[in-house]
Structures are given as C-alpha cells and as structure tokens.
Write a protein that binds this ligand. Structure first.
Ligand SMILES: Cc1cc2nc3c(=O)[nH]c(=O)nc-3n(C[C@H](O)[C@H](O)[C@H](O)COP(=O)(O)OP(=O)(O)OC[C@H]3O[C@@H](n4cnc5c(N)ncnc54)[C@H](O)[C@@H]3O)c2cc1C
Length: 378
C-alpha cells in the first residue's frame, strides 16, 4: 500500500521479546533476527495506524462515523443502524466489528464463542528514560500476575514516544476496577520496580482501560453478501500479539480474491479457506498458552518457568516459536513466504530509523540486542 515509511515514522522497531519471572529467570527470549536478519516487530499505537490508513483512503469514500450498526441482511446487503436508519443495498458488506462482534450472528452461529476468564488493564505511558526501548518486556509471578511494557512510538499530533503498559487481571477485577490504589502500586513495584518507576506521577490506575478477550471460532466466515474479517471472524487472546497482523492479512487476502475471476461466493469461499488455513494454529496456541500466563493455576506456570526457555532454544522449537510470533507459521509444518519486495523494503527501513528510536544513554542497561541495526506491536 506504500505506507511503510509513514508507519515507520511513528512506530518503534521491536527486536526482542523477553519475559522473565520476578526472580529474573527467563521464560521467553526471542529475537526476530534469529528468523531473518531483516525482520523486526513494530510497536505502534492504534491511533497512529488508524491515522495512516485514514490518510491513505480519501478518494471515493463515504464515511458515516459515530453510527452503531445493529443488523445486516445478508440476502439484500442492507444495514440498519441504532437510529433505525437503513443503509444500502450494498454488493458486499465487510463486517469488522471486533472480538465482541454483535454482527457475526448475521452470518452464522459461532461454533465456539466464550470470553477468557482473565483480561488486562492497559494504558499508554511516556517512554521517558525507559531503557529497553526495542523490546517487548514482561514479568510474571506464577500465572496470577503478568505485567508488560511495549514501546509504541508516537502518533500524529503527539510527538511524545509512548509505551503500552499492561496488567493482567481476572474478569471480576476488570468489572470492578482497582480501588485500593496504594496496594496496587506496591504490587506493581514488588513485581517490577522499573515499570513501577515509569508510572510515578501519572494518574494510574485511574487511566487504565479494561480489555477482555474472547475465543471465537466461526462455522463459516461469509453468507451471501456479507463477509467477516479480523477479530469478528476469529477472535483469540492477544497472547501471541498477532491480532492486528491477522486482521491486515485478512484484508489483503480479501482484496486479492475479490480481483479473481468467478462468482462472489467462489471468491469469498477462497478468501475464507486461505485465511482459516493460516489462522488455525494461532487459535490453537493462543487457547493453550493463555492459562499458563493468566490464571489461578499452580502447576502450569511452574512447568512454564522450568521448560519454556530451554525448549525454545532447541533448534526445531525455536524456529517454529519465532515464526508463530512473527505471523509466518502456516499450519503445523508450513511457512508463509514473505514477498522479496517486502523484505527489501523493511531492510531499507532498518537503515533509516526514526528519531524517536534513539536510546537513552544508560550505563547499566540490562540488555542490548545484537541485531539492532545489523543487516524486526499491536
Ligand atoms: C489487551 C490487548 C492487547 C493486544 N495486543 C496486541 C498486540 O500486541 N499485537 C496485535 O497484533 N494485536 C493485539 N491485540 C489484538 C488486536 O487489538 C485485535 O486483534 C485487532 O484490534 C483486531 O482488529 P479488528 O479491526 O478486527 O477489530 P477492532 O480493532 O476491535 O475494531 C472493531 C471496530 O468496530 C467498531 N464497532 C464495534 N461494533 C460496532 C457496530 N455495531 N457498529 C459499528 N462499529 C462497530 C469498534 O468501535 C471498533 O472500532 C490486543 C488486544 C487486546 C485486548
């Protein structure tokens, strides 16, 4: 789409995914460069992604903002909004209303649709003098506590580099919120003093936003003139950090299949077939991994702490884990080939990092990456 430069202007290249216990024992230590030296993750604010996409699509669009769509008629392509107004008929309706989609029912009854019993509270905080500025970092206390920081750069109209702070909680805490502020701050400091220091002077936990996740598997992704895309088609826990990637890949595949010869039903069938083939393994792993990081279980996180890191260093396991974390695993044994032109473009982007990526000078930096500027977000 020619948007790489614009996205790189705001995003932060993430080279490493690192998670450890409160005692400093590594549980996850992955570098995208071990998969391919050109690869990196991109920490990006939703607002930045939306602005870049919005600016790229101006001609020929009619945007009705601030309307909730309540029903879609697959046979006619007519939508009804919450004011009782009808829109359409349309040749094709792309339903992209996220993980708690109320519209997916218009396509089919989900085969599985259940909320995870845990979720997260999150907010953006200034990056300031945070030292791990090219890493996603997490700390764990059993599976009861998980806290993370992900540098996510800037967004149009806000030049302050920021990080996404997230704090794992059971669903009932999400609903009630955090009232004992002093205890909460002590909790964060006990688990991760550096993260706690980054919150000083900020209005947290008041500014934390609740996020629940769902595990939803649809029987079918389309019906007549309506097709599902993104989390509406396949919501899962964000444990693997692949939701945005998958939604964007859905969009690209849908575009490509709509350009093929054939009937609309044939095109939508091909789109769904291709994307389901890619997604199934992400669904599987996110479902099985989430309780190891977010639950009240006792043994499962112990096994995680003993085995995860050693297993991820075995030759076969390492490649597969990295591909899953990069979105390029296909099925159990396949790989998704990235286009050479794309790899060339991100290699060139590596050579020109945006100004906000400059690391603060800190002598005691705990870890540096070997792949930083050598020849890889939500
Ligand atoms: C805590 C958390 C952390 C995450 N971290 C990551 C990460 O690091 N990396 C990553 O790739 N993904 C991450 N994800 C997942 C990612 O956010 C989603 O996979 C992604 O946003 C899905 O995009 P989407 O467009 O399908 O849905 P959404 O981004 O949820 O967008 C749905 C849109 O539809 C609108 N909408 C809903 N109902 C209606 C209606 N009835 N009418 C009109 N509009 C409607 C909503 O307002 C919203 O704007 C995370 C998710 C959570 C909860």
């Amino acid at each position: 789409m020619g948007l790489l430069d614009a996205v790189m202007t705001h995003g932060v290249r993430i080279q490493r995914l690192y998670g450890e216990t409160v005692h400093g024992r590594p549980v996850m230590d992955m570098r995208y460069a071990d998969l391919d030296h050109r690869l990196f993750g991109l920490g990006l604010q939703r607002g930045a992604l939306f602005s870049v996409l919005d600016a790229a699509w101006r001609s020929g669009r009619m945007l009705h903002a601030g309307r909730a769509i309540v029903t879609v008629d697959p046979a006619t392509g007519i939508l009804a909004d919450s004011d009782g107004k009808q829109q359409g008929p349309y040749d094709l309706v792309i339903v992209a209303d996220g993980s708690a989609s109320g519209l997916r029912q218009c396509v089919a009854r989900p085969r599985l649709d259940r909320p995870f019993p845990w979720g997260a509270l999150w907010c953006l905080v200034p990056q300031a003098r945070w030292v791990w500025n090219d890493e996603l970092r997490q700390r764990y206390l059993k599976a009861r506590r998980m806290v993370g920081m992900l540098p996510v750069g800037t967004r149009p109209g806000d030049d302050i580099p920021r990080m996404s702070f997230f704090w794992s909680v059971p669903a009932e805490v999400l609903a009630k919120g955090i009232h004992d502020v002093a205890t909460w701050h002590r909790d964060v400091a006990d688990i991760w003093p550096e993260a706690s220091a980054s919150l000083q002077g900020l209005d947290v936990p008041a500014t934390l936003t609740p996020a629940r996740y769902r595990d939803c598997v649809m029987q079918t992704w389309f019906r007549d003139r309506v097709v599902l895309i993104g989390d509406a088609a396949h919501s899962m826990s964000p444990q693997l950090g692949q939701g945005v990637n998958m939604a964007l890949m859905d969009a690209r595949t849908l575009r490509d299949t709509l350009r093929l010869e054939g009937s609309l039903q044939q095109k939508l069938s091909r789109y769904a077939h291709e994307r389901r083939g890619h997604l199934a393994i992400y669904h599987f792993w996110s479902r099985w991994l989430t309780p190891l990081f977010q639950s009240d279980r006792v043994m499962a996180p112990r096994i995680r702490d003993w085995l995860f890191h050693p297993l991820s260093r075995l030759p076969g396991g390492r490649g597969q884990t990295l591909r899953i974390l990069a979105g390029t695993q296909h099925g159990w044994f396949g790989k998704l080939a990235l286009a050479p032109a794309f790899l060339g473009a991100i290699e060139r982007a590596q050579a020109n990092p945006p100004a906000h990526e400059a690391a603060p000078e800190t002598p005691g930096r705990a870890s540096t990456t070997t792949c930083a500027r050598d020849p890889m977000a939500d």
